[in-house]
Design a binder for this molecule. Structure first.
Ligand SMILES: *Cc1c(COP(=O)(O)O)cnc(C)c1O
Length: 426
């Protein structure tokens, strides 16, 4: 068999056309949005204690549908999942200076939500197979000041929730689940996001289902639900009339999602199962076509979970390929296949490295509310750092509408690079 020359070395390029972008907005959403616009009521929220404190008809219908779908008592919409994370950290009753353990392998907002309440993010390391928080590292990072854990269900698969909830219970910690990327993923027959004290999903334009911007919090806890609703909608002016006596973290925001977004969300939620199935079918085809390539590890899905493949995450082991991840990434790029060789190590962002969040004097770290000198230096999360520096190779397939032919092209490009590894050496 002749081996075709790599595009990097002047051979023919494998993928010669762009993949179609996914557009999940159909006539159902257009009709739903139009109906709201024609009603003239684009938001019915009032930031006072009144029936409309909970929003208008589409907000309430979408929240009811989300609660039913995910099997929780309460679903609370917000104008972004970033807002949802901020509301969640406030709602669980964090004090300034409290430590919250968080994963570095996530979108930055997962950790800044902690800083927004003047609490201190502490980064634990990740599992090298799933990229989710490693329960052993979480446990090792618990101090007398730890109050909560923020778990991310990254790339489409739930974190080890039983282990994490057991650790949390043993130490009296609250758990928040950032399931932005994994709506519809199952963990022991329950939906990811619903296993923590409070969890939720992003509805931004890049996620499985979207309303342009938006998010939805889920919880079974009545008191947390009330506090989330208060933080969403100007808590400070509502608490007195509503008869709320616990004033901690009751400085509210305007995190309200509009009627148009919720009307669109109602239609999107109906499609979630179908979207997830199609991404799982794509992943199955990739798994089959890419099996057996030395040094290329395909996504690991734990037997008690499903993966919804926001990202199809792979790793490269250069000790097996003999070629660095960077060389392989460049060769694939030349073949017309754009994979990602970076995700996030958020502990290495400037705000943590320089310990500079509020003002110029290093608040909150350099103030008396911070109990100890928290370490953010490179080296604290060796697994996450190694993934970033040498191993991770991800395909962000959620943004594409791929057919079988597209998937086969991806497989061909990757197999071609593997057939030519020798030519990439040295
Ligand atoms: C998208 C995302 C967020 C933020 O969601 P927004 O709705 O864009 O604010 C937070 N965490 C993770 C893991 C995400 O992927």
């Amino acid at each position: 068999m002749t081996i075709e020359k790599l595009a990097l070395h002047g051979g023919p390029k494998t993928v010669n056309r762009p993949f179609r972008r996914y557009n999940s907005i159909g006539t159902e959403e257009v009709h739903a949005a139009k109906e709201v616009i024609e009603s003239g009521v684009l938001s019915q929220f009032l930031g006072v204690w009144h029936e409309d404190f909970y929003g208008g008809p589409k907000v309430r219908e979408f929240e009811r549908n989300c609660a039913d779908y995910f099997g929780v008592k309460h679903a609370i919409t917000v104008n972004s999942w970033t807002s949802g994370l901020v509301a969640a950290v406030g709602a669980i009753g964090i004090e300034p200076g409290d430590e919250v353990i968080v994963t570095p392998w996530t979108m930055s907002a997962t950790a800044t939500a902690i800083l927004h309440w003047n609490a201190i993010p502490v980064f634990a390391d990740i599992d090298p197979e799933t990229f989710n928080l490693d329960p052993a590292s979480v446990e090792a990072n618990i101090t007398p000041y730890t109050r909560a854990i923020i778990v991310a269900d990254i790339f489409g698969q739930s974190a080890d929730m039983d282990e994490l909830m057991t650790i949390a219970a043993r130490h009296g910690l609250k758990v928040i689940s950032d399931t932005a990327q994994s709506p519809g993923a199952l963990y022991r027959d329950k939906y990811a996001g619903t296993l923590a004290h409070v969890g939720g999903y992003s509805l931004n334009y890049h996620k499985h289902i979207h309303t342009g911007e938006g998010g939805v919090l889920v919880t079974d806890d009545d008191e947390l639900a009330e506090r989330l609703q208060l933080i969403r909608n100007h808590a400070e002016v509502v608490v007195e009339d509503k008869g709320v006596s616990n004033l901690s973290n009751m400085l509210g925001y305007n995190f309200r999602l509009g009627e148009i977004e919720c009307a669109i969300g109602i239609e999107q939620l109906k499609k979630l199962g179908r979207f997830v199935q199609s991404r799982q079918a794509t992943a199955d085809r990739l798994n089959e076509g890419l099996a057996g390539l030395p040094g290329l590890k395909l996504p690991v899905v734990r037997p008690d979970r499903t993966h919804v493949y926001y990202v199809y995450p792979m790793t490269v082991d250069a000790s097996e390929t003999g070629v660095s991840r960077e060389r392989i990434h460049a060769a694939l790029q030349a073949e017309g296949l754009s994979l990602s060789n970076r995700y996030q190590n958020i502990h290495l962002l400037p705000c943590y490295q320089q310990k500079m969040a509020y003002g110029t004097k290093g608040f909150p770290w350099n103030s008396e509310i911070c109990h100890r000198d928290v370490d953010y230096r490179k080296g604290i999360c060796p697994v996450a750092e190694k993934m970033q520096d040498e191993a991770y190779l991800g395909f962000g397939m959620c943004v594409y509408d791929l057919d079988g032919e597209d998937v086969d092209l991806i497989i061909t490009a990757i197999r071609k690079v593997w057939q030519n590894l020798d030519s990439l050496k040295g």
